[in-house]
Design a protein around this ligand. Structure first.
Ligand code: HEM
Length: 446
C-alpha cells in the first residue's frame, strides 16, 4: 500500500509548517486521514493520526527506533549529553536517573514552593491593571524550575540566571527566529549585532553560571536538600559512577527548556479558556470553594474539574504538535503499511486530539469530556508516549493545577478583546500569542 502525500513543493510546505503550523496539519489531516507522508520517497516523514497505529509505535520494541538523532537540531541549546539527544542504552541509562526525582511522592515536597511563587507574582496584580499574561506566567514557571529543579534560593545568582535564561529563550521564541531551528545555515555569528551572536554570548554566560553552581553544590554536599539538582548529584549509574558535571549541566538546560516554556504556554491557554467562558470559571470556583478557607495544595491537586480543565487545555491546542520523531532502524509494519529503515514515524498529537470520533465537536473547549470517559494513552498523549514519554508530566500537571487554582480563586479577570485567540509557533512548540492580555476586574481575599 502507498501512503498519500501532498504535492506542494518542499520549501513552501516548510514555510507553512513554520508560520501556520495548525493550518498545515488541519489541511493535510482533512485531505489524507489517518496517515500521510511528506519528504523523500525513500525515507519519508510519516504523520500518524490513528490510535491503533500509535499504539503499535509506542509499544514497539525500543530497539526499533532512534529519536535522539532527530533532535540533533537542539544540541546547540541543550548540549550533547541531553537525554533528548540520546538513543538506545545511553538513553535508558539516563532516564533511570532522571525519572525518580519526579515520582508523585517526591513532588509533594514542591507543593508549597509552587504555591508560594504563584502567590508572590500575582500579589502584585492590582484592580484595573492590564496583564500581559505570558510574561507573568512565564516568570512563575521559570522560578519554579530555578527553585524546584536547580535548587536555587533567591539572591544574586538566582536573579542573574532568571534574566539570562529569559533572554536566551526569548531569542528563539518568535516564528521568525524559529527559522534558526529549521535552517542551521542561518546561524551566523556577527557579534552582538546578530541574533545568533547574542544568543551564543548569552548561552556561554548561562553555562558558566551553571558550572559554578554545580561545583559549589558538589563541595557543599548537603544531603538534606530536596531539589532535583541535589538528587542528581547524589545519585549514580548502575556501575556506581556519578553523573559528570557536563551531564548534569546539559540535563538542567534540558529540563529548563523542556519544562518551563511548555508549562507557561499551557497555563496561558488555560487562563484564556477559563476567562473566555464564565461558566467554566464559575464551576472551578465552586469546586475550589468546597475545600474551605486555605485549602492544602495536596487537596487542590486532587480536584476532578480542575484536572479536567487542565487536560482539555492540553487536548485542544497541545503545546507539542508531535512528540519526538521516531526514526526506524529496522523494517516495521504499521496498520498494514510497510516501512523501511530511515523512515520517520511521527504520531501527531494535534490531529489525534482533533478526531471527531474520539472528541465530538473537537474545536470546542469542553472539560466535561474528561469526566465522562477515560482516554487511552494512544488517544490522548500531550506528553508523548512509550519509552520517551515526558519525564516532567506530573510536575507540569501539578504546576498547572496549583497555579490556575491560585489565580482563579483570587482574581476575576476579563478578556480585553473578544477575537478568538489563535495559536502561533514558539520555537518547536505551539503557544498562545505573546501579546495576549487580561484585565484585572476584581481581587479577592481567598
Ligand atoms: C505542559 C508541559 C509539558 C509538555 C506539554 C511536555 C511535552 C513533552 C513531550 C511531547 C515530550 C516528547 C515525548 C515523546 O517523544 O514521546 C517531552 C519530553 C520530555 N520532557 Fe516534557 N513536557 C512538559 C513539561 C515538562 C517538564 C516540567 C519537564 C521537566 C522539568 C519536562 C522534561 C522533559 C524531558 C527531559 C523530556 C525528554 C524525555 C526523553 O527523551 O526520554 N517536560 N515532553
Amino acid at each position: 500500500m502507498i501512503l498519500p502525500r501532498p504535492t506542494t513543493p518542499r520549501f513552501l510546505r516548510t514555510l507553512k509548517l513554520i508560520f501556520r503550523p495548525v493550518e498545515y496539519l488541519d489541511d493535510y489531516g482533512q485531505q489524507f486521514g489517518d496517515m500521510f507522508a511528506v519528504g523523500s520517497e525513500d525515507y519519508p516523514f510519516v504523520y500518524v493520526n490513528h490510535p491503533k497505529a500509535i499504539q503499535e509505535i509506542f509499544t514497539a520494541d525500543k530497539e526499533i527506533f532512534d529519536s535522539g538523532k532527530g533532535n540533533a537540531v537542539l544540541k546547540f541549546l541543550l548540549g550533547a549529553n541531553s537525554i533528548t539527544l540520546l538513543d538506545g542504552e545511553p538513553h535508558q541509562r539516563q532516564r533511570k536517573l532522571l525519572i525518580p526525582p519526579f515520582y508523585a511522592e517526591r513532588l509533594r515536597a514542591y507543593h508549597q514552593i509552587i504555591d508560594n511563587i504563584a502567590q508572590e507574582v500575582t500579589n502584585k496584580w492590582q484592580e484595573g491593571q492590564i496583564i500581559r499574561v505570558r510574561t507573568h506566567i512565564q516568570d512563575i514557571t521559570l522560578q519554579v524550575i530555578l527553585q524546584v529543579v536547580f535548587g536555587l534560593e533567591q539572591g544574586q545568582r538566582y536573579d542573574q540566571l532568571r534574566d539570562l535564561l529569559t533572554t536566551l529563550l526569548e531569542a528563539l521564541s518568535t516564528p521568525l527566529s524559529s527559522t534558526l531551528l529549521f535552517f542551521p545555515q542561518l546561524r551566523q555569528d556577527w557579534g552582538n549585532f546578530s541574533p545568533w551572536g547574542r544568543f551564543l554570548r548569552c548561552k556561554q554566560q548561562v553555562d558558566e553560571l551553571l558550572r559554578r553552581e554545580i561545583q559549589e553544590r558538589r563541595q557543599e554536599n548537603n544531603l538534606d536538600k530536596e531539589d532535583i539538582l541535589s538528587l542528581l548529584l547524589a545519585t549514580s549509574y548502575e556501575d556506581g559512577k556519578p553523573m559528570t558535571d557536563e551531564e548534569i549541566r546539559d540535563e538542567l538546560m534540558t529540563m529548563l527548556v523542556a519544562g518551563h516554556e511548555t508549562t507557561a504556554s499551557a497555563l496561558t491557554w488555560a487562563l484564556y479558556w477559563v476567562y473566555s467562558q464564565p461558566i467554566i470559571k464559575d464551576k472551578l470556583r465552586f469546586e475550589l470553594s468546597g475545600l474551605g478557607k486555605n485549602p492544602s495544595p495536596s487537596d487542590i491537586a486532587k480536584l476532578p474539574y480542575l484536572g479536567a480543565v487542565c487536560s482539555e487545555t492540553l487536548r485542544i491546542y497541545p503545546v507539542a504538535l508531535t512528540p519526538f520523531p521516531r526514526i526506524l532502524k529496522k523494517p516495521f509494519d504499521v496498520m498494514g503499511y510497510h516501512f523501511n529503515p530511515g523512515t520517520v514515524l511521527t504520531p501527531c498529537i494535534y490531529l489525534v486530539h482533533q478526531r471527531e470520533d474520539l472528541y465530538p465537536e473537537p474545536k470546542k473547549f469542553k472539560p466535561e469530556r474528561f469526566l465522562e470517559r477515560q482516554y487511552s494513552p494512544y488517544e490522548y498523549f500531550p506528553f508523548g508516549g512509550g519509552n520517551r514519554r515526558c519525564i516532567g508530566l506530573s510536575l507540569a500537571m501539578l504546576e498547572m493545577k496549583l497555579i490556575l487554582a491560585a489565580i482563579v480563586s483570587r482574581f476575576d479577570l476579563a478578556l480585553t478583546t473578544h477575537r478568538p485567540l489563535k495559536p502561533v509557533r514558539r520555537g518547536l512548540t505551539l503557544a498562545p500569542p505573546g501579546n495576549f492580555k487580561l484585565k484585572v476586574k476584581a481581587k479577592f481575599n481567598a
